[in-house]
Design a protein around this ligand. Structure first.
Ligand code: 26Q
Length: 838
């Protein structure tokens, strides 16, 4: 493998080290005498960046000359995490590391004579990097995995997003409460390249003037309002084991004048002189921290249009350079909408073709609807985007007109097809006839796309039979499809769990499985191999020791690495049911307390680990965090309990922490109310790292079960098809509280975990307000299944076999498989292999 990387990586470690020294001394203008880890990180990144740029320029040139179809992935979130480790792997160097656990030492020798060598552990240098956290959770991380796969598969693709100055907030836990701290991450970012020459004017507000031109054609002119500038920043995306390096273009907002108004400034109006500048810069200032929740804030709509308009201008400009006919647009361009957030792109392209390029409506609309694909990521009603018509009218008057027209033609089509169904028109109208009227973005996205997909089988079925049912009838079933999510094995196995990756490589014929994950199949024959199992278990143990250290330094709590590590890390949301998990922990605590010393000896020690951010305005989610922390402080110091149970809340869960946490799990929890989690992707990461999962029949859990086998997963709870009836039973009085859960509630009400009043809403939502997420319905089954987990864990040998078998069967969940499906069935694009690699 090393040979292959020589061509475009570094010829030797020595050469790399020389480059690092050069960057310390020249680019950073620092003496090697005071080169610390921060400087070493900066210099190492710059050294790799140099190599990246070469590949990147070559790839982009080749894509331009070859004139093939490109994919544009529009996402308001790209949750990239750290870049250096990934660049080292993909550009080549880290592959030189064949013999496992030896840390790679970076030896730096100053070019000046007489300086002794400085040694840095590569691991320590990697840790200096600040995560690029431009996303909330699953949707943003999926976009990042997709970029990795598209580059690795040589698919000509660009990502388009916003360059937020502040990513997702940093979470601190103070007295058990979540506190949000701004995440300013741009102090030193060697991975982005400002393109001050690529600037697009973006218009807001104003009015539309309609008139007839000389030829008698109706023309619409969008005039007045204000202009904000969009400046491009490019981030290279290297592929694994290929020189192909794609581009992620992020837009940053700037005042049209560039600077503040000196006229105003000189006349003493200091405040308003900078106000315009600040207002413009506010657009790309901060990522909205809501996950699966829509709140119709004007600034969010401004962000969406700003980003969509800049991206489309860029895409159209590139197409026009090719001098092709407009009818060939969709042969050159595929645009994928990551949820409804970029849906305005549909309207914007129609506007460009109509108002600026002079195409007729039908001709333009044919092009538009052939270009777009829409991915839905949720069925939760509170997450479905809607915008008030008055807000739209004010901010984007011309777009609202076009939306009305799209809707008119669409409803005419529906009426022709189903003349007798009067209710249907109101149900499917893009405009909701409420007070005020609302634009339904998902409906607009469906009408303007040629394909709509869900992200796991159950989810794709659900959208067809529930929220988009009418649209299946109107457009036919072929417009709706499924592409089950995947994850990149490069980051989520090789980088996060290098020892496991190397052990696997030693059995499946090298690192090829990182490109074709189905090669993991070969592992199955080692599921009963004594020697192999021993090494496998040792690696898991080492990963747990590492996490235990992290727990010790961040929380002060000592946990036993031999205990069963039970992990739930994801955004905090009632539908994901962290509350059920912590109620289960309380139940376990009460059980332990009621036992004799003899009985306790038979118990399997457990560490319950939680992590995740609550949206700052989501009060119930914050209450769940508070309860977890309070339970932890009671349980962790209870002498009766000792090692049998520890409860940990890990602060500030993010991508780089996930890379430490996930490889250390024995069991992880994916316990959403059936039918609510579209897919989930951490479930895949955990299994791929040799952990088992406890979960509901929801999202991708179902397909994971199908692949790895029922014996290797702990499924429990009600099915999606029963949810409606169960909710009905709650609301119409035919429901009895689960007695075990009742006891847990009694304990909370006694004040065992602090002021009971703090948790009354959390308990009340279940006891008195309909238990919308069916915690009481699933609690018994959950507790019973956790008991099965305890039993199974006692047989370590069998447990290890299960994890090996599971990993061997996880090939399907690579994001490479997933991207190949998009490429074939939605984008109709083909790989473009770099010259010297064909
Ligand atoms: C919408 C409007 C206004 C402000 C914010 C939002 C918003 C932001 C983020 C709405 C939704 C999101 C994120 C959704 C998300 O992460 N969904 C997850 O997507 C994953 C990838 O497909 C799935 O695996 C998860 O099941 C799904 O919850």
């Amino acid at each position: 493998a090393w040979k292959k990387f020589q061509a475009h990586g570094f010829k030797s470690k020595d050469e790399f080290e020389k480059e690092v020294v050069r960057h310390v001394e020249t680019t950073l203008a620092r003496s090697m005498f005071n080169c610390d880890e921060t400087a070493a990180y900066a210099a190492a990144s710059l050294a790799f960046r140099d190599r990246l740029i070469t590949q990147w320029n070559r790839t982009q040139q080749r894509q331009t000359f070859s004139d093939t179809k490109r994919v544009y992935y529009l996402s308001l979130e790209f949750l990239m995490g750290r870049a250096l480790d990934n660049a080292m792997l993909n550009v080549g160097l880290k592959n030189a590391r064949t013999s496992s656990s030896l840390p790679l030492i970076l030896k730096l020798t100053a070019s000046a004579e007489g300086l002794s060598e400085l040694g840095f552990r590569i691991e320590d240098i990697i840790e200096q990097e600040h995560d690029a956290a431009l996303g909330n959770g699953g949707l943003g991380r999926l976009a990042a995995c997709f970029l990795d796969s598209m580059a690795s598969l040589n698919i000509p693709a660009w990502g388009y997003g916003l360059r937020y100055r502040y990513g997702i907030f940093k979470q601190e836990i103070v007295d058990g409460y979540q506190v949000e701290v701004p995440d300013y991450w741009l102090d030193f970012n060697p991975w982005e390249f400002p393109r001050h020459d690529i600037v697009v004017d973006i218009q807001f507000y104003g009015h539309v003037r309609k008139y007839q031109d000389e030829a008698g054609k109706q023309v619409a002119l969008w005039e007045g309002g204000e202009i904000v500038k969009a400046v491009a920043y490019d981030v290279p995306i290297p592929g694994f084991d290929t020189q192909a390096t794609n581009n992620l273009r992020l837009w940053s907002s700037k005042a049209a004048s560039g600077e503040f108004d000196f006229q105003k400034f000189n006349s003493g109006d200091y405040e308003s002189s900078v106000a315009d500048q600040q207002r413009a810069e506010t657009i790309s200032a901060v990522l909205y921290p809501n996950d699966n929740l829509d709140r119709g804030k004007e600034l969010r709509l401004k962000q969406q249009y700003f980003w969509v308009a800049a991206s489309l201008y860029d895409i159209v400009r590139r197409f026009k350079k090719s001098k092709r006919a407009w009818s060939e647009f969709s042969d050159q361009v595929a645009i994928q909408l990551n949820d409804t957030h970029p849906t305005l792109a549909i309207v914007e392209l129609q506007r460009i073709l109509l108002d600026q390029e002079g195409l007729e409506w039908d001709e333009a609309w044919t092009i538009v609807s052939k270009t777009f694909g829409y991915t839905n990521h949720t069925v939760l009603p509170e997450a479905l985007e809607k915008w008030s018509v008055p807000l739209f009218q004010n901010l984007l008057p011309r777009h609202l007109q076009i939306i009305y027209e799209i809707n008119l033609y669409f409803l005419q089509l529906v009426e022709r097809k189903f003349p007798k169904e009067r209710d249907l028109l109101g149900r499917v109208s893009i405009i909701e006839e409420s007070q005020p009227k609302m634009v339904r973005m998902a409906y607009l996205a469906i009408v303007g796309s040629h394909k709509v997909n869900g992200v796991a089988e159950l989810h794709s079925d659900l959208i067809k039979t529930t929220i988009f049912k009418d649209f299946v009838k109107i457009f036919g079933p072929d417009k709706f499809t499924n592409v089950t999510n995947g994850i990149t094995p490069r980051r989520w196995l090789h980088q996060a769990n290098p020892r496991l990756s190397e052990l696997i490589a030693s059995k499946v014929g090298g690192l090829g499985f990182l490109k074709d994950l189905t090669l993991l199949n070969e592992l199955e024959k080692y599921a009963d191999d004594k020697e192999f199992k021993k090494e496998w278990a040792e690696i898991k143990y080492a990963n747990k020791v590492k996490l235990a250290k992290h727990i010790k330094t961040t929380t002060g709590v000592t946990v036993n690495p031999s205990a069963l590590f039970d992990i739930q890390v994801k955004r905090i949301h009632e539908y994901k049911r962290q509350q059920m998990n912590i109620f289960g922990v309380i139940h376990r605590y009460l059980t332990i307390k009621s036992m004799t010393a003899e009985e306790r000896k038979k118990l399997a020690p457990r560490v319950s680990i939680f992590g995740g951010k609550a949206a700052p305005g989501y009060w119930m989610a914050k209450t769940i965090i508070h309860l977890i922390n309070n339970v932890g402080s009671v349980v962790n110091k209870d002498k009766d309990v000792g090692d049998l149970l520890k409860v940990i809340f890990l602060e500030d869960y993010n991508v780089s922490k996930a890379e430490v946490i996930i490889p250390a799990s024995d069991i992880s929890e994916h316990i959403s109310t059936a039918g609510t989690e579209a897919s989930g992707t951490s479930n895949m990461k955990f299994v791929l790292n040799g952990g088992l999962i406890i979960g509901t029949c929801d999202g991708a859990n179902i397909e994971i079960t199908r692949e790895i086998g029922e014996n290797n997963i702990f499924l429990f709870g009600n099915l999606a098809e029963d949810v409606e009836d169960l909710r009905h039973a709650h609301n119409y009085g035919s429901h009895a509280m689960d007695p075990d859960l009742g006891k847990v509630f009694e304990e909370i009400k006694k004040g065992t975990f602090g002021d009971a009043g703090a948790f009354s809403a959390l308990v009340g939502a279940i006891e008195d307000h309909g238990d919308y997420y069916l915690v009481s319905d699933d609690f018994h089954s959950y507790i019973q299944t956790q008991a099965l987990v305890d039993e199974a864990y006692k047989d370590q040998d069998e447990w290890t076999s299960k994890t090996i078998t599971s990993v061997a069967r996880m090939g399907f969940f690579s994001s490479d498989r997933c991207i190949n499906e998009y490429a074939e069935s939605i984008w109709n694009v083909e790989p473009l292999v770099p010259e010297d690699e064909g």
